[in-house]
Design a protein around this ligand. Structure first.
Ligand code: SF4
Ligand code: SF4
Length: 326
């Protein structure tokens, strides 16, 4: 079916998917989840309609490879401003702007650290896993609020030099997080100390975004520091979406400067496949004169595979915009 869909029907699909999921949430979840519904009863339906229109509009923009990097940056920033704006209002005492009325730490590492520390799976890891199954690494290209900040900081042309020892560093960091969290749990360290540990990790991450990513033009926080990014790099393989470089590639390396995720170094290009840190963001597509960088999804042609990924990812993005709050 996807094979035969016309290009201009894709925004309509994004609209329908977004409205359907948000509509189900509005109908089935007892506590009002949409912000408008919390403020004025019944107005959640208007919000759903507006978010659906937004999903259709952004899908239309992002389908054009020459526009997608710009619109990805704009929409990801909007999501982050809305998310942290609501968080700030929640902190200021307006409980309606918080998901449960209780504050949580908005640090991606908590998706891993929280369940390891408590020894039980909560809503966030399930949500995270669902997004990976639906659209692979879209979490790190369109859905995470810290990623949006790193993306903004790294805006502009990237340093050509690859990040040294990328994989060794990120694997060590991931292991350290798990070991430290297990130790905190084993010794029954109190919540104040564990919270301080998580906050320190988050603040260090923001420091890396502001000081290192901005200077290098690469998303060093997401490439090296964030353990969730490392998990995404590998777990994305459970989704059938892939990216590859076809044989029309001339090895000119023009795309390298357009990848903030450091996934288009010389070995990756010669290997005809973006590196493990690729998030399928698509920022590199327009830089390739021979259109050699392609999406793959089952037996679909690469343009259809990309369109499918855009519809799914933008629908998720729009749903998160409507529902994501602490
Ligand atoms: S690497 Fe971490 S901070 Fe970056 S986008 Fe992914 S989850 Fe978010
Ligand atoms: S290789 Fe292309 S699609 Fe992959 S992360 Fe880099 S810019 Fe995005």
């Amino acid at each position: 079916m996807i094979r035969n869909l016309r290009h201009n029907s894709l925004p309509i699909i994004a609209f329908l998917v977004t409205c359907l999921i948000l509509g189900m949430v509005q109908l089935k979840v007892e506590r009002p989840m949409l912000m408008a519904e919390r403020l004025v009863q019944g107005s959640g339906w208007i919000e759903i309609l507006l978010i659906g229109i937004y999903a259709a509009w952004i899908t239309n923009k992002m389908l054009d490879p020459s526009q997608s990097a710009r619109w990805r940056r704009i929409t990801w920033t909007i999501f982050t401003v809305v998310f942290f704006g609501q968080f700030a209002l929640g902190l200021a005492g307006f409980d309606k702007f918080l998901m449960t009325g209780k504050l949580h730490l908005p640090i991606p590492m908590m998706i891993l650290g929280g369940p390891v520390f408590r020894g039980q799976i909560s809503f966030m890891p399930i949500l995270f896993l669902s997004t990976i199954i639906i659209s692979g690494p879209a979490w790190c290209s369109q859905l995470c609020y810290f990623g949006a900040m790193d993306n903004l900081a790294a805006k502009g042309k990237t340093e050509m030099k690859p990040v040294r020892n990328k994989f060794r560093t990120k694997h060590i960091l991931l292991l350290l997080i798990i070991i430290v969290t297990l130790l905190l749990r084993f010794f029954g360290v109190n919540t104040n100390l564990t919270t301080a540990f998580a906050i320190a990790f988050g603040v260090a991450g923001i420091g890396i975004i502001l000081l290192v990513s901005r200077r290098k033009g690469k998303m060093i926080h997401c490439i090296l520091w964030c353990p969730i990014g490392t998990l995404v790099n590998y777990m994305k393989l459970v989704s059938p979406f892939r990216m590859y470089i076809d044989d029309s590639c001339t090895n000119c390396m023009a795309c390298t400067r357009h990848c903030n995720y450091d996934a288009l170094g010389k070995p990756d290009i010669l290997n005809r496949k973006p590196g493990m840190t690729c998030t399928y963001c698509g920022d590199c597509l327009a830089s390739c004169k021979t259109e050699s960088i392609r999406y793959k999804f089952l037996s679909l042609q690469s343009t259809q595979a990309r369109n499918t990924w855009i519809v799914l990812t933008i629908s998720l993005h729009a749903i998160f915009l409507g529902l994501a709050r602490m």
